[in-house]
Design a protein around this ligand. Structure first.
Ligand code: EPU
Length: 417
């Protein structure tokens, strides 16, 4: 298991280029199941989760080739309808093949994802929606087995907005007969990206990016050639890296419009931010001010940026209240940040972070993807050396992370173990 070693205290300076969004690329790859033929997806980040999705599509009988930032997928032959446990346990987003497989072949068998480090993460809303569209669902031996001779449109209300749930049902509805309404749907930019990709395949979708999405089923879809949006969470992570190191960084190839809530919060902490349509310049202040955040579905503050923002608040002036409303166990980074000298107390869903003068480097352990990013940020700002263990979490979601930080002047290296 590789480790990352950081010698903290360097002001980051220079330019960094943002990769394609993992959480947009994964559903668009799954969508390629829906149209028979060769699909090309551009601006795909080369990450472990992307490779896992490629292998899963390969297991279903599809051809897949991942090179540089392109994924080429051949979906003429679907020879298996099963996503086995080995894939789903490695990556929960494997569940995204459930809807497309069912819509294309009339049957899908997908291992039930268990809980994960950040929460229980049930998929009851995915299942409820498929049932409303006419699927028969059997849950047995740890698998969801869905069958439908014919899927029909339905009105589906989500008790809470779910990102992959909205994506799964939107994909399924493209080939169902009649009209589907998804109400209280997730509004994340990744949903809009998937809808745009599906429309380019011939789907009829309106309202993606709002809480009501209308899908009129069509008789068939063609393969796609589609460019994925830039990763807004990687963008936010580099914004925070510049902020926490008093840096001066220009972030290229990004979409500032997708990071608005986060940019607003950072400005309130005293960070200077200027942007045009695809570039952001960020300058960290000598002294950060504390700010409170509450994570919310988009366009609220993203849960995927909570851990990174907390790292920033550990050295801000004053006290910050950080409330996690999406996942019940997404404070695993707190114990590790405390090992570096942070003053944080958790009560229920709220962490109270009292800013300290400085963090001190320490050996720490990554527990999930975004927690790992927060430890990198803390390590960049800390006095001395931080060694982060279990960085495989990081490799799931950040492309060439050490190289990108090194380019900005960080003293960071990977230790192969
Ligand atoms: N939920 C249910 N029932 C369901 C589905 C969701 O109760 O059937 C609950 C969840 O337990 C959670 C809330 O709804 O409390 C929202 O979860 P959501 O379904 O939106 O999460 P997800 O689709 O599993 C995606 C991202 C996550 C990101 C969340 C929230 C992908 C592949 N994953 O997960 O990304 O944190 O949305 O924005 O898109 C990450 O990249 O590090 C990551 C964890």
């Amino acid at each position: 298991m590789d480790k990352i070693e950081i010698e903290g205290g360097t002001r980051l300076k220079g330019n960094v280029k943002i990769s394609g969004a993992k959480n947009a690329a994964l559903p668009v790859m799954a969508a390629s199941i829906l149209g028979s033929g060769e699909s090309t997806i551009l601006n795909v980040p080369l990450l472990r989760d992307i490779t896992t999705m490629g292998k899963l599509l390969g297991h279903l009988g599809m051809g897949y080739h991942l090179e540089d930032d392109e994924a080429i997928l051949q979906s003429e032959n679907i020879t298996s309808i099963e996503a086995p446990y080995d894939f789903v346990k490695t990556m929960r987003a494997s569940v995204l093949v459930l809807g497309p497989l069912l819509a294309r072949t009339g049957e899908a068998k997908v291992s039930l994802p268990g809980g994960c480090a950040i929460g229980a993460r049930p998929i009851n809303l995915h299942i409820m929606g498929l049932q409303k569209m006419g699927a028969k669902i059997l849950l047995s031996d740890g698998y969801i087995h869905a069958k439908a001779k014919k899927l029909h449109g339905a009105t589906i209300y989500f008790d809470m907005p779910t990102v992959t749930g909205t994506e799964n049902l939107m994909m399924t509805a493209t080939l169902a007969e009649g009209e589907t309404l998804l109400e209280n749907a997730a509004c994340e930019p990744e949903i809009v990206d998937l809808a745009n990709a599906l429309v380019s395949m011939g789907a009829n979708i309106e309202g993606a990016g709002t809480s009501i999405i209308k899908i009129k089923g069509v008789s068939g879809l063609r393969p796609l050639r589609y460019r994925i949006i830039p990763d807004r969470i990687e963008t936010g992570t580099f914004l925070t890296a510049a902020a926490i190191t008093e840096g001066d960084v220009t972030i290229d190839n990004c979409n500032p419009g997708h990071a608005e809530s986060f940019i607003s919060k950072l400005k309130e902490t005293g960070v200077q931010i200027r942007h045009n349509s695809s570039t952001i310049n960020v300058r960290g202040p000598l002294q950060l001010k504390s700010e409170d955040i509450k994570t919310m579905p988009h366009p609220g503050f993203p849960t995927d940026m909570q851990a990174q923002f907390m790292a920033l608040m550990t050295i801000a002036d004053g006290t910050s209240l950080i409330t996690e409303n999406i996942f019940e166990n997404r404070f695993m980074h707190v114990a590790e940040l405390k090992r570096m000298g942070a003053d944080i107390k958790i009560e229920g869903a709220t962490a109270t972070v009292k800013g300290v003068d400085f963090l001190k480097g320490a050996p720490v352990m990554a527990t999930d993807l975004r927690a790992s990013a927060s430890l990198i940020l803390a390590g960049l700002a800390a006095k001395g050396t931080t060694v982060i263990d279990r960085v495989y979490h990081l490799d799931r979601g950040y492309e060439k992370i050490e190289a990108k930080f090194e380019q900005l002047g960080a003293k960071i290296k990977r230790i192969k173990v």
